[in-house]
Design a protein around this ligand. Structure first.
Ligand code: FAD
Ligand code: NAG
Ligand code: NAG
Ligand code: NAG
Ligand code: NAG
Ligand code: NAG
Ligand code: NAG
Ligand code: NAG
Length: 619
């Protein structure tokens, strides 16, 4: 692929030290914009700027796996998550309490033979690595291995950003125009949608007409949400990205809108960027296998100004890459930006790059002898994430077909709006660890064909206490990440929400009882409360303890967050500008003031479209 696309790969340019082999060579190695990272934050912005005629250099640490079938066929997304060709392995903590960490069922350890052990009874000599947290270090970022679920956050989630910042352009009403701009919708909807964008959007078939079990279970969920069983097939085609009045409070089954094309191929910002480069008519240079290591500042003015980026070129230079070889130090180089530098390295890497460049809490920088360019206490702080858990049970017989309900919203007694998102089916999803189960074969999985799970995502958690800090000044080293789960005040309410979501699922699973013929019931719950559904007697406290200790996540955000002028922890203003310096923005999941609501991919792409408009129109 690479030669055809005139990509500058590490292999090509290693000997050149600079990017002089670029598709669009520029004088003095200077571009208008340099963008670091090609995930849902960086890729659309890079492509949009180039299409608007601006010269752009894009640096991506990973390589091009866009035609790897693990990536291109969306159903392989968990295989992609496990694929060493795309994977970046992070290990995080959920707390500072070692005993609590040790109780996490999928804690990962490094054995003396170099392999992984996952569990709570490690072999002699094994060292704890932490809780596995998959990311993708590849062209297109994490949108190349995610499950492709695309949900526009609830209106309140956007409106709150507008309110926090005093910038009305973040209102749900205004943000919707970026959704319409980027999408190419293939499903039928009675709401306004885009049909000419770069992101294919398809609605998945929930199997309602082909699987009796899917029909039965989704009808039960529909009834439990207050609808009649006869409404179910219509509910399953409901558009979760429509602009229904009062959409924030609509619960029960919906259609699963996904960023795939009608043939099951993944659609994503990585393809948009790749194809923009391949057209060879826009002034864009994509440099793969290039790890940005430091932002270059001109400190002569009153404010430091970002004018370029230093980098290392070579394969798998970042140590989270399982193919990383510590003896490979890479070839150094640098490039300059006449207008701006934009950091889109993702929620873990954007703050790391800022810290390495002297932007962050001064005391932390001093510990590593990094000269302070700007003391910004919020960098790497208030990291947020969606809490996730699942109610997993075994039916009394094999669940036929897929039995999917995808997605299914619930509003709990502590939520201002619908706060629990779930998807249900015959699968077992229990978080992430090295070698977590691939799909396919998804169904049958760990617990055989009787397994049935509703996997829950808390869409509006208070989660905001995570911390990302350097462990080394080596840019190839990973930062220390402690997500500090359930640390903030009122976090018991987050556990209440998750537990109420689980109880809601029990309320309809219990209706599949043994008195009806060929029933799936009774269901034997495996967790969080072992026992026959309807006859369990776990206490609320025991269940909350289980959820608190076994919750997992994979939607980290807010590590360089947008905030109000008076907010000392705010890293960015509402136009993504890094406070206290010039010529520097952060555009990715780390920019969100808090978790965006729902799943992060689509809101991050919308944010990237917003940033594109700001830069192109000079707003
Ligand atoms: C198995 C799985 C399923 C998921 N399913 C969904 C889903 O269905 N829907 C959803 O919305 N979300 C899903 N997610 C989560 C989603 O993928 C992530 O939350 C999101 O993509 C993270 O975006 P980001 O901002 O962290 O940037 P990333 O996507 O991480 O992009 C950052 C890019 O920058 C590059 N980079 C980083 N540092 C540097 C550097 N110094 N120099 C050069 N390049 C650099 C990286 O290689 C990467 O390509 C899933 C995640 C997993 C693991
Ligand atoms: C390149 O450098 C030369 C000499 O310093 C300078 O005159 C010229 O303006 C520079 N060009 C760009 C595009 O920065
Ligand atoms: C897909 O990923 C799996 C790991 O999940 C790996 O073993 C396999 O080789 C990959 N397939 C391809 C075609 O790269
Ligand atoms: C959309 O609706 C039309 C008309 O009812 C129908 O022919 C078509 O198959 C539908 N498309 C999809 C993707 O459901
Ligand atoms: C900053 O000022 C010094 C001294 O005047 C000069 O040598 C240097 O080139 C300037 N740096 C930049 C990046 O303009
Ligand atoms: C699941 O298991 C059942 C029985 O063990 C088997 O008949 C079926 O083919 C399996 N399904 C898949 C998708 O592997
Ligand atoms: C068991 O199933 C029957 C038939 O579907 C139903 O009438 C009854 O209410 C169910 N019992 C429980 C406890 O839900
Ligand atoms: C309920 O509690 C009792 C006493 O603790 C215990 O013996 C019994 O097994 C529990 N039942 C279930 C279904 O968990």
């Amino acid at each position: 692929m690479a030669p055809m696309l005139s990509l500058v790969t590490g292999a090509l340019s290693v000997a050149l030290l600079t990017l002089s082999a670029a598709a669009f060579p520029t004088e003095n190695n200077t571009y208008e914009y340099i963008i670091v990272g090609t995930g849902p934050g960086g890729a659309p912005l890079a492509a949009n700027l180039a299409r608007a005629g601006h010269s752009v250099l894009v640096l991506e640490a990973g390589d091009d796996q866009t035609e790897n079938v693990n990536v291109s066929q969306w159903l392989n997304f968990n295989a992609a998550g496990n694929d060493p060709a795309t994977r970046w392995d992070f290990f995080v903590k959920h707390s500072d309490d070692e005993a609590r960490e040790a109780r996490y069922k999928h804690r990962t350890w490094r054995k003396t033979d170099g392999g992984f052990y996952v569990g709570t009874e490690p072999p002699q000599g094994a060292k704890p690595l932490g809780i596995y947290y998959p990311r993708a270090g590849t062209l297109g970022g994490c949108a190349m291995h995610n499950g492709c679920l695309t949900m526009n956050p609830n209106d309140l989630d956007w409106d709150e950003i507008a309110e926090t910042t005093g910038d009305d352009s973040w209102s749900a009403e205004n943000m919707r125009k970026y959704l319409v701009k980027l999408e190419k919708v293939h499903y039928n909807s009675s709401y306004e949608h885009g049909h000419n964008g770069w992101l294919d959007m398809t609605m998945l078939d929930p199997g309602f007409t082909t699987s009796a079990d899917a029909k039965d279970l989704s009808q039960k969920a529909a009834v439990a949400a207050g609808y009649s069983a006869a409404d179910t097939s219509k509910l399953l085609a409901r558009d979760m990205n429509g602009d229904q009045p009062n959409r924030d409070n609509l619960v029960g089954p919906f259609g699963g809108v996904s960023h795939i094309n009608p043939n099951g191929r993944r659609s994503s910002p990585g393809y948009y960027l790749r194809d923009t480069v391949a057209e060879k008519k826009y002034p864009i240079t994509l440099s793969l296998d290039t790890l940005a290591t430091k932002i270059i500042f001109n400190k002569n003015g009153t404010k430091p100004k970002a004018i370029g980026v230093e980098f290392l070129q070579g394969k798998s230079l970042y140590s989270a890459d399982p193919r990383h070889n510590p003896s490979q130090k890479g070839t150094p180089g640098s490039a300059y930006a006449s207008k701006e530098v934009i950091i889109s390295g993702g929620a873990f890497n954007s703050p790391q790059l800022l810290l390495l460049s002297g932007i962050g809490p001064a005391a932390h920088l001093k510990k590593f002898d990094i000269p302070v360019v700007k003391d910004l206490p919020g960098v790497g702080q208030s990291v947020a994430d969606n809490y996730e858990a699942g109610i997993l049970s075994l039916a009394s017989r094999a669940v036929t077909g897929q039995g999917e309900i995808f997605p299914n919203f619930w509003k709990t007694s502590v939520g201002k709006i619908r706060d629990i998102y779930m998807w249900c089916g015959s699968f077992a999803f229990e978080g992430f660890w090295p070698g977590f189960p691939n799909i396919p074969p998804y169904f049958n999985g760990t617990y055989g064909p009787k397994q049935y799970e509703c996997a829950l995502v808390h869409m509006n958690p208070r989660s905001q206490a995570g911390v990302i800090e350097l462990q080394s000044t080596d840019p190839r080293a990973v930062p220390a990440i402690n997500l500090n789960f359930f640390k903030e005040k009122g976090s018991d309410k987050d556990l209440t929400s998750i537990l109420e979501g689980i109880e809601w699922v029990r309320s309809w699973l219990v209706k599949a009882n043994s008195s009806s013929p060929n029933s799936l019931g009774p269901f034997q719950e495996l967790h969080p409360c072992e026992g026959e559904i309807g006859k369990q007697n776990c206490t609320e406290k025991a269940q909350k303890t289980y959820l608190k200790e076994q919750a997992y996540s994979h939607h980290a955000t807010s590590s360089c967050r947008i905030g109000a002028d008076r907010d000392k922890g705010a890293v960015l203003d509402s136009k993504f500008r890094v406070r206290g310096v010039e010529g520097l923005r952060v555009v990715d999941a780390s920019s969100f003031p808090k978790v965006p609501g729902g799943f992060p991919i689509l809101p991050t792409m919308m944010l990237s479209e917003k940033a594109s408009e700001i830069l192109i129109k000079g707003l």
